[in-house]
Design a protein around this ligand. Structure first.
Ligand code: ADP
Length: 517
């Protein structure tokens, strides 16, 4: 650059050459591939390329000069970007495309190509400059991303499908179960019911869903105690278990229903919903009732002739001649003994039926508690020589309760302790005062009771599985004891471990509850 004349730089020839060399060197130093084509010549051939272009394409300068750019696309001619390029070139406008090109060895690379026309003073396009970047990596990343996206979409689709299947699966179970199901929200509004519910109660969805549970039908579920229990289901996760409802339902009449309610949570979707399962136990409770009725009638019917037999045996004893031989006396004594056993069994059955019908009454009177224990234990001790029954603890004094029923309890617990500890020798009966209660414990070192059986032995007719055949009994003793103690305002419970003995204890309140006599 020599001088500035009329606002233009002027160059000397030397300087022009020098500058041209400089510019070419600059272009060669660029990492962007650059080519120049001459549009004035036939087929717009390449007249210049820099070394970045050589590197990118693998072609040597001398191999590319004179060729049309389409050389780079090889056979891959159907790309729509080619059309865009052609239009740009024809109209003499700059174009930017991303086009698939191939190196000399045939390796695909993505070329981000910017083609810019150069015009002469008359506006005619004389040259094109092509500026190119190899964007293969970016394209690959984009393709991978797209693949990932498609894979993800496919997975979402599959997951949605499996959820749908899962939902249909659950739905089909819900619809198949032979229990009526209701789902409530946290305000006890019915969200949905299954078909079994609709069929059982002969109602339709419109009169059920979106209604408050307590407003359904003629208010059959509007029970204060049920409300109270349901209120605890969500905050405490305490289920409502076997709540019995006996009611004259609209359309279906008098029914006995058993209701269970649990909290359901489906993380992410919802929580705070209550699932109520209702079972119609009308038939079952009718059968139960018939069994109870049968028990009542049978035990009464058995008791009457037995009382007569007992009377006759007593008469035989009374009128027995002096000289009767010992063998006969012995037989009569044994007969009396077995009649007593039979009588006790029948009394137990009668007790069960009285409890079932709410007819077991407690008659309280003052009696000597210590004496009652001592005499009851003495009676059992006399009949069981294999064991030593030891009474321990503090004297209790007199107690206001139903003596004969409490004898029954002590009798049962101590007899069980002896019966179910055939291998051991000692049974302990422990008396104590605990706060306002008398506590009596009967402890043995016998076979013990599994945790599972401990839950059930207070139910009527339940006997722990493995003893069924080995020991006589009907499985009602503890049921009766439990009821007697409950009626006195106390509790009966067991602490035991299988193989390690049992401790049956009951409490009796010393201060009577107001109103109870
Ligand atoms: P029964 O003795 O006639 O079977 P119970 O109601 O008195 O009926 O007892 C119920 C069940 O509890 C018994 O069958 C037995 O399995 C279990 N059981 C009661 N007492 C004991 C005990 N002391 N040790 C082990 N098991 C016992």
């Amino acid at each position: 650059m020599d001088s500035l004349k009329d606002g233009h730089f002027t160059f000397s020839r030397d300087t022009v050459e020098q500058d041209f060399t400089l510019l070419t060197a600059a272009l060669d130093a660029s990492i962007t591939g650059i080519i120049i084509t001459d549009n004035r010549l036939t087929d717009n051939p390449i007249i210049y390329c820099n070394s970045a272009f050589e590197k990118m394409t693998g072609y040597d300068r001398k191999e590319i000069i004179g060729h049309n750019c389409r050389l780079l696309q090889r056979e891959d001619r159907t790309q729509k970007e080619r059309q865009q390029l052609r239009e740009g070139i024809d109209q003499g406008k700059p174009v930017m495309v991303e086009i698939r090109n191939y190196t000399k060895t045939g390796t695909l690379f993505w070329n981000e190509l910017y083609v810019s026309p150069i015009k002469d003073a008359s506006g005619k396009v004389t040259h094109f400059i092509g500026i190119q970047h190899d964007v293969t990596r970016r394209k690959q990343a984009e393709a991978e991303l797209e693949n990932e996206r498609q894979l993800m979409e496919q997975r979402i689709e599959e997951r949605t499908q499996s959820l749908k299947l899962g939902q249909e699966y659950v739905e089909s179970i819900v619809q198949t179960v032979r229990e009526s199901l209701i789902v409530l929200d946290n305000n006890y509004k019915v969200l949905s019911v299954n078909d079994h519910f609709l069929r059982t109660f002969k109602v339709n969805k419109e009169e059920t869903e979106n209604k408050l549970l307590f407003d359904l039908g003629n208010g059959q579920w509007n029970i204060p105690r049920l409300k109270e229990l349901l209120e605890k289901v969500l905050p405490t996760n305490n289920p409502v278990v076997d709540f019995q409802v006996e009611h004259d339902f609209p359309y279906i009449g008098h029914k006995v229903m058993l209701l269970n309610a649990h909290r359901i949570e489906y993380s992410g979707e919802y929580k705070d919903r209550i699932l109520i399962a209702i079972e119609d136990i009308t038939d079952r409770s009718e059968i139960e009732k018939r069994k109870d009725d049968f028990l009542t009638v049978a035990s009464h019917e058995l008791k009457t002739p037995l009382t007569t037999i007992k009377g006759y045996v007593q008469m035989m004893n009374r009128f027995m001649p002096e000289e009767t031989d010992e063998k006969f006396k012995d037989i009569l004594a044994k007969t009396a003994q077995f009649i007593d056993r039979l009588s006790n069994l029948i009394t137990e059955l009668l007790d069960v039926s009285r409890i079932q019908t709410g007819k077991m009454a407690i008659h309280r009177e003052m009696f000597d508690f210590d004496q009652m224990i001592a005499e009851t234990v003495e009676g059992i001790q006399a009949a069981s020589k294999s064991h030593q029954i030891i009474i321990k603890g503090e004297p209790i004094g007199s107690y206001n309760g139903d003596e004969s029923h409490l004898i029954q309890v002590v009798n049962n617990l101590v007899s069980n302790a002896v019966k179910y500890s055939p291998e051991s020798k000692i049974v302990e009966v422990h008396k104590a005062f605990v706060s306002d209660y008398i506590k009596l414990s009967v402890i043995d070192n016998g076979m013990g009771i599994s945790a599972e059986d401990q839950q059930k032995i207070f139910e009527r007719f339940y006997r722990a599985g493995d003893i069924q055949t080995k020991f006589p009994g009907m499985g009602v003793g503890l049921y009766i004891c439990d009821q007697i103690i409950k009626q006195h305002g106390g509790t009966l419970w067991v602490e035991s471990e299988k193989g390690k003995g049992s401790n049956f204890s009951f409490t009796l309140p010393t201060k009577e509850a107001p109103g109870k006599k």
